[in-house]
Structure formats: C-alpha cells, structure tokens
Design a protein around this ligand. Structure first.
Ligand SMILES: [Zn+2]
Ligand SMILES: [Zn+2]
Length: 347
C-alpha cells in the first residue's frame, strides 16, 4: 500500500509500505477517512519532522495522519470479537502507551509515564489504505455519524470538545475563540450548541465567514481592530467569561488573557511557542484561572461522539476539501495557507 510521509520543510512523499498484518493484541483497520489537523502543519513544516518536535523517537519513514476513521478489517491473536468485531465502524484514540500506568489506565495514554507513541507522528498513521493499531485504542463510531465526522472527532473536534469541557462552559457564558482553524471552528460550533455566545477571532476573512455560518455572534479581525478593546465593547466593558486560544501564537494567547473578565477562565489549546504576560495586571489582580488542555482521553472521545450525535451537529460542514491520497501534495500546500476549512482524505 502507499502512505503519505512528511519529509520536512513542506515536502512530502507517497511511499510504498507493506500491507500490514495484525500482531497479538492488534487490529488492522481499513481506513475510510483520514483528517488533516492543524498540528500536521507542524510536522509538515518542521525541518527534522516529528522527531524535532520532542514527541519521541522515530526510526524510518512514518505514515502521517492522526485522525483515523474506518472499519475493522482483521484482528490479531488475543483480540476478542467483542473488542473489535470485523466490519465495525471505529475511530482511533491516536496514541498508545505502556497500558499500565495511571494515565494509560484512565484513557490518557498520550501522558504515559513511559512515553507514548503518537500515530501519524512517531507511529504509522492513517494517510494510507490500512493502519495497524492496538485494539484498546479503538473508540466506536456511532451509526449516525459519517466516517468524515469520526475523523474530525479523532483530533480537531475532540480537542475542542475536551477544552470546552475542561472550562466548564455553560449557556450563561460569552466565550472568545481565538483562531478559526479546524479546532477553533469546532470550538465555535460546539460552544454554540452548548448555548454559549461566541465571539470569533481570525485574521482570515474566509475563516471569519465560516465562523459566522457556524453561529458565532460577533466576528473580530485582530489585524484590523484592537481585539481586546473590541471584545470589551461587546461585553459591557468587562471582558468575556471564558477565552480559548487555538492559535498557539503569542499575540493570540495574550489576547485570550487580556480579553477575559475578572474571575474568568482562559484555556490554551494551540500547541507550541510561548507567551509573555504581565502577571499582576494580566492575571493575579483579575483572579484569573488559566488552564491548558491537551486533546482528550478515550472516554472523552466517545463523549464527544455522543454529544455530536445527540445534538445532531453537522461536523461534516467543517470540511471544505475532500482529497484522494494522490492529491496529498496539493492538499497540504493549500492547507498550509491557513485560510481554508478542514481537509480530509477519503479512501
Ligand atoms: Zn502508561
Ligand atoms: Zn491533531
């Protein structure tokens, strides 16, 4: 089979890999949809690939794609019919760890004390026809949801859901969502479904328009306006109850901190980089709660799927581009511009 591998510095390759066979405890999935996530751009752009990003040891070319969704095609020794029925529609929690530490036992294998494998970065991912994963990484895909929706929940949408849950967002709140890429737009869509009022920020007019279509109450282009002043004007001079940075940019994070009201909650979900805050005026004297949120557990992923199903949320509308593997170069070149919606490879 062929798989997409990132060579670094915005180069990728469709390389040949052997068709996988499942080992003990493993499952081979026939991939139906493999999403493109913002963090793939970090792997795509990095000069040393995923290894240079401190995610662990990598040997040899790795198949990209950490939003896997498909059906169970084959199972290895010791995998019960109950754990992975052949033909079952499934998502993958895209990490695996030691399986016995407190984090692994609670479904947070990305935090494994022994170090974890990140599928699509340090272990083979889903930009290919088949993918082999440990059976315990499977999360059932509800019948009502498409494979594309399952792919989105497997990272971007699941990450947005996890952050909103961590913040305890309610229908009483006004939330600022900084960045309207795949994670930010998902946060806008889910926060609206939770009843909150959303103020959406992005420098791309296309992305702001999509946020509006997804129910954002107000739009701000921080390149054109003083974002903090504009948010205060929209919140009776107080600032927002909650702010979520999905950009990972220092200015985006600072806007999230400075536009939160006293006693408010700020959440950082965008990866990489740093931020400098003036602790007393920006944080301490505002009694601010600043939290970080990193993806989700296996249980959180299933919770997200159930929420999306019950509320009939059109997660598929996040996707503006559907690609074949042959088009990987074009797909990532376009995604790299950061003006489009989400992309997905359909096999
Ligand atoms: Zn572990
Ligand atoms: Zn991701």
């Amino acid at each position: 089979m062929r798989g997409v591998t990132f060579l670094g510095e915005r180069k990728l390759q469709l390389a040949e890999f052997p068709d996988p066979t499942p080992g003990a405890g493993e499952v081979v999935l026939e991939i139906k949809a493999s999403g493109m996530c913002g963090s793939d751009l970090k792997f795509y752009r990095a000069s040393g690939g995923a290894a240079s990003l401190g995610l662990g040891h990598v040997s040899g070319p790795i198949i990209a794609g950490h939003e896997p969704c498909g059906v169970v095609a084959a199972t290895g020794a010791g995998v019960s019919q109950r754990a992975a029925p052949i033909g079952a529609r499934v998502m993958v929690h895209h990490y695996t760890g030691c399986g016995t530490c407190p984090h692994c036992l609670t479904g947070w294998s990305q935090m494994c004390v022994a170090g974890s494998t990140v599928f699509g970065a340090t272990g083979h991912g889903a930009h290919a026809r088949y993918m082999t994963v440990p059976a315990h990484t499977l999360v059932p895909l509800p019948d009502e949801l498409s494979f594309e929706t399952g792919a989105a929940i497997s990272c971007g949408t699941g990450t947005a859901f996890g952050a909103l849950r961590r913040m305890n967002l309610s229908g009483r709140d006004t939330i600022v969502v900084v960045g309207q890429g795949p994670v930010g737009l998902s946060a806008t869509q889910l926060a609206v479904a939770m009843g909150a009022r959303v103020i959406a920020l992005d420098v791309s007019p296309e992305r702001l328009q999509r946020a509006k279509d997804f129910g954002a109450d107000a739009l701000i282009d921080p390149a054109a306006d003083n974002a903090v002043a504009a948010i205060k004007a929209l919140t009776h001079g107080l600032g927002a109850d909650m702010t979520l940075d999905t950009s990972g940019a220092p200015e985006g994070r600072l806007t999230a901190v400075r536009s939160a009201r006293a006693w408010g909650t700020v959440c950082f979900v965008g990866e990489g980089g740093n931020v400098t805050i003036d602790v007393s005026p920006d944080m301490l004297r505002k009694q601010l709660t600043i939290i970080g949120s990193w993806t989700f557990s296996t249980v959180g992923q299933a919770d997200c799927a159930r929420f999306v199903t019950d509320r009939k949320i059109a997660v598929d509308h996040l996707f503006t581009h559907r690609w074949k593997l042959d088009q990987a170069e074009e797909a990532y070149r376009l995604f790299d511009k950061q003006t489009t919606g989400k992309g997905v490879f359909l096999m």
